[in-house]
Write a protein that binds this ligand. Structure first.
Ligand code: CP3
Length: 358
């Protein structure tokens, strides 16, 4: 019912006035933090960490103890959904995520069903409840999911892929089968995100990491159409509060107008787009989130500060008004020196204040 004490992130997403530009970072809880590596070691492996609400809560809070971040993001993974659909997720050391039973045969695809989030993904809901309690209304909690197309990439390929050969073959040869996967996955994502909202998530983000690998036409048919279904199916309000939604298609800046039309509150952008240029194109339809190149965090503190200011300047050069959430253009690298992150967060907070004075 009550907004968090620091609600600058929610306000920016809803394009309400703020005192400074709020900041959070994709993958803010992760391997660049020694305390994360320590908790992960205790858990035994990454999946155990995701499946323990207690340890998931612990690592969610770690970056907030170090930095003045304006939002927390649930610690989990996008691939918990296909795991709950029975594909058998595992992480092979140094190889990234893999599925024991990828979708290869038509009968396997036809047998696919949306999981009950309160049963198969109960551990995620328990983590959301525990994190909200631990945050004690200090900053908002972001829930998240993968997009149907991005999840389908992993479900069909069986793991990470360089060329997306299997899923693209299916797209061109058997679009009906791919549409079936996407339809069931979109239903799963709606149920999963709504359950996160009912458990306490105060904003939601959909990660469409691989939508940018599609053709101009393919993006609309195989990714955007399902993102639109999801946004339409989400709780817009819960417990008397608006629940803003963010859609992030990596490499999707060229389609910003189309994304802005599906009803989401904000668009996530990677570093290949200019925030002011996108702002001019989408007007005040949506807020923007992004978009510093994560590799900028390897430079000296002076350069990091200058690059952070450049992103803030870029957004505001399109004219007065708010609606910017500062973030990286993709997840933070595991090799990032932790103290470089403080430089970035503090610079954006201090520097952005003068743009928000009325
Ligand atoms: O932002 C956060 O702090 C929340 C946690 C989060 C993780 N994964 C934790 C994680 C979020 C939001 C994700 C999303 C995710 N997972 C995406 C979409 C965003 C993106 O990065 O494009 C994707 C494609 C995945 C799938 C996934 N999970 C991959 C490809 C990998 C391996 C990559 C790698 O960095 O090794 C993971 C594992 C993963 N998910 C880790 C973390 C912290 C590293 C696991 C470890 O500790 O070994």
């Amino acid at each position: 019912m009550t907004r968090p004490k620091n609600d600058s992130f929610l306000r920016a997403l809803l394009r309400e006035p703020v005192e400074y530009t709020p900041v959070w970072l994709m993958r803010q809880a992760g391997r660049y933090l020694p305390e994360y590596c320590e908790t992960r070691r205790r858990a035994g492996n990454f999946l155990n960490l995701c499946k323990s609400p207690n340890m998931a809560c612990e690592v969610t809070l770690q970056p907030l103890a170090r930095y003045e971040l304006d939002a927390a993001i649930l610690f989990s993974d996008i691939l918990t959904v296909p795991d709950a659909m029975g594909l058998g997720l595992y992480f092979a050391e140094g190889e990234g995520p893999k599925f024991e039973r990828p979708l290869r045969e038509e009968w396997e695809i036809r047998a696919l069903a949306a999981p009950d989030p309160y049963d198969h993904l109960r551990y995620v809901m328990d983590a959301v409840i525990e994190i909200r309690k631990a945050l004690a209304n200090s900053v908002p909690l972001i829930g998240f999911s993968g997009s149907p197309f991005t999840l389908a990439c992993y479900m069909v390929e069986g793991g990470a892929s360089e060329d997306f050969r299997r899923i693209k073959t299916m797209l061109y040869e058997r679009p009906d089968l791919l549409h079936h996967i996407l339809k069931v996955t979109a239903q799963s994502v709606i149920g999963y995100l709504n359950a996160q909202i009912e458990s306490g998530a105060q904003a939601v983000m959909i990660f469409d990491t691989w939508g940018g690998t599609l053709s101009h036409r393919g993006y609309r048919e195989f990714s955007l159409a399902y993102l639109e279904q999801i946004v339409a199916g989400l709780h817009r309000e819960y417990d008397g509060e608006r629940i803003p939604s963010i859609v992030f298609t990596k490499g999707g800046g060229q389609w910003a107008e189309d994304i802005a039309r599906i009803g989401c509150d904000a668009i996530g952008l990677d570093w290949t787009s200019s925030l002011s240029e996108i702002r001019r194109r989408v007007g005040d339809k949506v807020a923007l989130q992004g978009n510093l190149d994560p590799m900028a965090l390897f430079a000296t503190p002076e350069v990091i500060a200058a690059e952070g200011r450049r992103v803030v300047d870029d957004f505001h050069s399109a004219g007065p008004g708010g609606g910017h959430v500062f973030n990286l253009g993709h997840g933070i690298s595991q090799f990032t020196p932790p103290h470089h992150v403080s430089t970035l967060v503090n610079t954006v907070h201090e520097y952005s204040r003068h743009f928000h004075r009325l």
